[in-house]
Design a protein around this ligand. Structure first.
Ligand SMILES: [Zn+2]
Length: 87
């Protein structure tokens, strides 16, 4: 990347607006436009659990599995209980 011709950037919503994500604050991150396009080509607007499933089933070492868990401890345990009792 050169200063004379930097890569175009744009804004990504961490939680898609179609899934209730806000149009401000921590929900917005600046990303390279080409990488942003690639991300949505692979994952659309899927939630983190589905992104992890897609990566695990197709793109990474078959001996490994990726999981998505909430950063917040309270949300983490609520997520765990919800998913353990769902099956
Ligand atoms: Zn995006």
């Amino acid at each position: 990347m050169s200063y004379a011709n930097p890569k175009p950037m744009n804004r990504h919503h961490r939680v898609a607006q179609s899934r209730g994500g806000k149009n401000s604050g921590k929900n917005i991150v600046r990303v390279r436009e080409d990488l942003h396009r690639a991300y949505h080509m692979l994952f659309g607007t899927e939630p983190p659990e589905e992104v992890a499933r897609i990566l695990s089933e197709t793109w990474i070492d078959h001996n490994m599995v990726l999981i998505a868990v909430p950063r917040n401890h309270k949300q983490f345990f609520q997520h765990l209980i919800t998913n353990l009792t769902r099956r």
